[in-house]
Design a binder for this molecule. Structure first.
Ligand code: PGA
Length: 261
């Protein structure tokens, strides 16, 4: 499958970390990174979105601002929730859906994840749809079946015309924040199967253009090997995105995936 069209993508998911000062220091450190041969997006906690947006703009940075979550209804009686329009108002243009912590800690279902994915796409956002198996599912040989189910459910009703704003992140749950990483061969195998499911849902051409990221304990020391795999187009980074130097090194490692294009 041709890989030449896919611009590498690195997302930094700060999760429930940093404070105001720390968020500004972090964007100060990573602001110079984006805009080259890789697309770089950071996902700070909600309270710091405006500060990070202002710093991105004053630095003239090409790092893109993302948000970790949102509610799919436009407005109304939804205590504690944040709408897509509110995010747009804070200069957010990319969102995560289906992250394993929202699936398995907060309890989001496939149908809620699908509603969010569609609402964000309808609003013109980029969506990073996260999928991946639990350890027991992996041990039971269900990795590909879980990925296929989450992919089909997450993208139900999403038409091919919106796919240029969809990025898939394969994140085996047992590898997130644990220091354990899938081997590059296992990750490549899962990514190739994900791409073939996308080809069967849409078309081979559309699937060939989609970015599929790996996530789960990506560090400067393993990024290059992972990103050099033919179907791995970058990463969604948690822990290592909280250190500007490490995050920068991971973004630089996407050179390994550009080479093949
Ligand atoms: P990690 O998190 O890099 O800390 O494993 C990845 C993620 O949750 O996206």
């Amino acid at each position: 499958m041709s890989t030449g069209d896919r611009k590498p993508f690195v997302g930094g998911n700060w999760k429930m970390n940093t404070d105001s000062e720390g968020a500004r220091a972090l964007i100060g450190g990573v602001g110079g990174i984006g805009g080259g041969d890789a697309e770089v997006v950071v996902y700070p906690p909600f309270p710091y979105l405006r500060e990070v947006a202002a710093d991105i703009s004053s630095q003239g940075s090409r790092v893109v601002l993302g948000a970790q979550d949102f509610r799919h209804e436009p407005n109304g009686a939804m205590t504690g929730c944040v709408s897509i329009d509110m995010l747009k108002d804070c200069s957010v243009s990319s969102v995560l859906t289906g992250h394993s912590e929202r699936r398995h800690v907060i309890g989001e279902t496939d149908s809620l994840i699908n509603a969010k994915t569609k609402a964000a796409l309808d609003a013109g956002m980029q969506v990073v749809l996260c999928i991946g198996e639990l350890l027991e599912q992996r041990e039971a040989g269900q990795t590909d079946a879980v990925n296929e189910r989450q992919l089909r459910a997450g993208l139900e009703g999403v038409d091919e015309g919106s796919l240029d704003r969809v990025v898939i992140a394969y994140e085996p749950v047992w590898a997130i924040g644990t220091g354990k990483t899938a081997t590059s061969a296992d990750a490549q195998d899962a990514h190739a199967k994900i791409r073939s499911v996308l080809a069967s849902m849409y078309s081979k051409e559309a699937a060939g253009k989609m970015r599929i990221l790996y996530g789960g304990s990506v560090k400067p020391g393993n990024a290059e090997e992972l990103f050099s795999m033919p179907d791995i187009d970058g990463g969604l980074i948690g822990g290592a995105s909280l250190n500007a130097e490490d995050f920068g090194a991971i973004v630089s490692a996407t050179r390994a995936s550009i080479k093949r294009g």
